[in-house]
Design a binder for this molecule. Structure first.
Ligand SMILES: *[C@@H]1O[C@H](CO)[C@@H](O)[C@H](O)[C@H]1NC(C)=O
Ligand SMILES: *[C@@H]1O[C@H](CO)[C@@H](O)[C@H](O)[C@H]1NC(C)=O
Ligand SMILES: *[C@@H]1O[C@H](CO)[C@@H](O)[C@H](O)[C@H]1NC(C)=O
Ligand SMILES: *[C@@H]1O[C@H](CO)[C@@H](O)[C@H](O)[C@H]1NC(C)=O
Ligand SMILES: *[C@@H]1O[C@H](CO)[C@@H](O)[C@H](O)[C@H]1NC(C)=O
Ligand SMILES: *[C@@H]1O[C@H](CO)[C@@H](O)[C@H](O)[C@H]1NC(C)=O
Ligand SMILES: *[C@@H]1O[C@H](CO)[C@@H](O)[C@H](O)[C@H]1NC(C)=O
Ligand SMILES: *[C@@H]1O[C@H](CO)[C@@H](O)[C@H](O)[C@H]1NC(C)=O
Ligand SMILES: *[C@@H]1O[C@H](CO)[C@@H](O)[C@H](O)[C@H]1NC(C)=O
Ligand SMILES: *[C@@H]1O[C@H](CO)[C@@H](O)[C@H](O)[C@H]1NC(C)=O
Length: 504
């Protein structure tokens, strides 16, 4: 009762907000994912029941997070890489000779993703095998131009092999962050200069097609908007775009929403309209100390482990910017699991329940970095795990985004709202309201608040059939649906720091 009264009082103080769902339909969503770099290596030393549980938690499309993309990291052999768990094995032995027993750690989760019906499965590469890099290592070198045909053949052979094993890669990314050779060798990496990228993309697409594979190429996973803006005009045009299914970028500069809008529209223009994909992000904190508690703060690349709703809603805000401003068709978090908790569980068993400045926000689920000595095989689900489920469920593959007004990143209003249709053939119905759809809405502030959803034109809101909520105290918990009012509006009462998905 006291809690309800408190919510009511804060509602009066925080004012009433509104969002209108419009008749304008926009981009089609094609996956929400995370990657298998590089936790799979440590998890291979875990008890089988924990490994299996992690598969259920990530991939199960009914009871788990239900990722709609899993990014398998095809290793380059890890030659020169200084951290063993970031040195994945490669099946490459020599030209045309493969060892399919290699990378058992990574292929376990690849097979699990396929078994659980993850609809988009992407193979991504940080480094080619050492016979194809300029320094004969899996880090710090360049892709050798003369070896591009051999590299393309290797990727085609690996994808063909997995198809024969019942694992179909829908997409392949031949160069992850080609703008960074990772000379520090803390992980695999190779530079692929902009002048090489068109050849890699077009010859790989042709090779896959010739091998009878439906796998589509995505590129180039530039680190940030600056590199994307500089490099894309060098290699990307409408002809090259015909070989490309996704025009991919990361966002490690945490560029403003307005910059994202401009840069990625430019990228789509260059490519002849290839959809842009947001394929990696992690590791942030507020750019300004005065906004350290604000989930809508401008962000910067930074260490800090934060399992709370603060980081959860920061992730949701990034996804919202990506869908509304960048108009991306796909959204990936960096890595599914991490051990960067920034504290010692054997000294304090609950330290991973709180923010730790020394850790990293790079995973969705965490495990003990000292598992080897402590034999503590517990795992910790962050709020990012639960928040991402609002997107995997609200925006399944094929969902079409519907414009919502206001759609502004600068308003004082702390609500952010997205809407998705589940049928591209909206026009075939007499009113678009007959098409199943969802709303994902977040109250990104440390105050309870209320929002009134309305609609107009041929689109009319209907009575929701289910609603799920993640908040400081709940994780994708089913909540009582609000009742559609006689005038067609819908009111959501939200606790502080919460996100909702409504299904209609
Ligand atoms: C294949 O790779 C596995 C795993 O690394 C290794 O144990 C095995 O010796 C390799 N086989 C050959 C023929 O190299
Ligand atoms: C890489 O290996 C090749 C073949 O063994 C050799 O000719 C070349 O000198 C090596 N390059 C470097 C930078 O070590
Ligand atoms: C597009 O780029 C490719 C690769 O650089 C080049 O071969 C081709 O001529 C370009 N096409 C157009 C229309 O500019
Ligand atoms: C993209 O192309 C459209 C249509 O030609 C044009 O109106 C728009 O200004 C272009 N956007 C950018 C960012 O170049
Ligand atoms: C925090 O500081 C930055 C930089 O000085 C400023 O732009 C921003 O408006 C401030 N935010 C708040 C909430 O005061
Ligand atoms: C354990 O860690 C938590 C989270 O950082 C902290 O709040 C708590 O005080 C710590 N407990 C002890 C006994 O140090
Ligand atoms: C899987 O892990 C979650 C999170 O730690 C835990 O709640 C659940 O009980 C585990 N399930 C099984 C079957 O081990
Ligand atoms: C939350 O509401 C209180 C009044 O209940 C107000 O004083 C405070 O400024 C609000 N905080 C934020 C972050 O909006
Ligand atoms: C419906 O929404 C569109 C898009 O925001 C707007 O242009 C139009 O004026 C609205 N119509 C009504 C009747 O509110
Ligand atoms: C629609 O009905 C709701 C609930 O009765 C009311 O709060 C709201 O003001 C009404 N909106 C309009 C535009 O009449």
């Amino acid at each position: 009762m006291a809690a309800r009264l408190l919510i009511f009082v804060s509602l009066l103080l925080s004012g009433v907000h509104g969002a209108q769902i419009t008749t304008t339909t926009l981009q089609t969503i094609h996956g929400i994912g995370a990657s298998g770099a590089w936790w799979v290596n440590q998890l291979s030393l875990y008890p089988n029941d924990v490994r299996h549980n992690v598969s259920e938690l990530l991939f199960n499309q009914n009871t788990g997070l239900g990722l709609t993309d899993y990014r398998y990291n095809l290793g380059g052999g890890g030659v020169g890489v200084t951290t063993w768990d970031r040195a994945p094995e490669t099946p490459y032995v020599s030209h045309g000779v493969y060892n399919w027993s290699a990378d058992a750690a990574g292929t376990y989760y690849l097979r699990e993703a396929a078994r659980q019906g993850v609809p988009v499965i992407t193979l991504f590469v940080n480094s080619a095998p050492t016979t194809m890099t300029s320094n004969n290592q899996s880090c710090g070198g360049d892709l050798v131009t003369d070896r591009i045909p051999a590299y393309v053949q290797y990727l085609t052979d690996v994808i063909s092999h997995w198809k024969s094993e019942g694992v179909e890669f829908t997409h392949v990314s031949p160069m992850n962050e080609p703008d960074d050779s990772f000379g520090s060798c803390s992980q695999e990496g190779m530079q692929v200069v902009p002048g090489q990228r068109a050849e890699v993309v077009t010859t790989l697409a042709a090779s896959l097609k010739a091998a009878g594979l439906s796998t589509r190429v995505i590129a180039d996973e530039s680190v940030d908007t600056t590199n994307y803006n500089n490099d894309e005009p060098v290699w990307l045009n409408a002809t090259v775009g015909e070989s490309l299914a996704g025009n991919c970028h990361h966002l490690y500069s945490f560029a403003s929403a307005a910059t994202q809008q401009e840069v990625f529209e430019y990228g789509r223009n260059l490519s002849g309209g290839v959809p842009t994909w947001f394929t990696e992000i992690c590791c942030y904190n507020a750019a300004n100390l005065n906004e350290s508690d604000d989930p809508l703060a401008a962000l910067t690349f930074s260490s800090q482990y934060d399992p709370t709703m603060l980081s959860g809603l920061r992730m949701a805000h990034l996804a919202w910017q990506s869908f509304t401003y960048a108009e991306d068709s796909h959204w990936d978090w960096w890595t599914a699991l991490s051990n960067e908790i920034g504290c010692t569980l054997s000294s304090n068993a609950t330290c991973w329940d709180d923010i730790q400045s020394g850790g990293e926000d790079d995973g969705l689920i965490y495990y003990d970095p000292d598992y080897d000595s402590t034999e503590n095989y517990d795992i910790k689900l962050t709020k990012r795990y639960s928040v991402l489920k609002h997107f995997t469920k609200g925006a399944p593959v094929g969902a079409i985004r519907r414009a919502v007004t206001p759609e502004s990143d600068t308003t004082d209003d702390a609500w952010r709202v997205l809407a998705f249709d589940y049928d591209s053939a909206c026009e075939q119905y007499s009113t678009c309201a007959q098409v199943p759809y969802s709303v994902v809405a977040m109250n990104a502030q440390w105050n309870a608040s209320t929002i009134t959803l309305t609609s107009n034109g041929t689109f009319a809101l209907t009575q929701p059939i289910a609603m799920y909520r993640t908040s400081v105290t709940e994780d994708y918990a089913e909540a009582e649906v609000p009742t559609l009012s006689a005038n067609g509006s819908l009111v959501i009462d939200a606790p502080e720091m919460s996100i909702f998905t409504l299904f209609f």
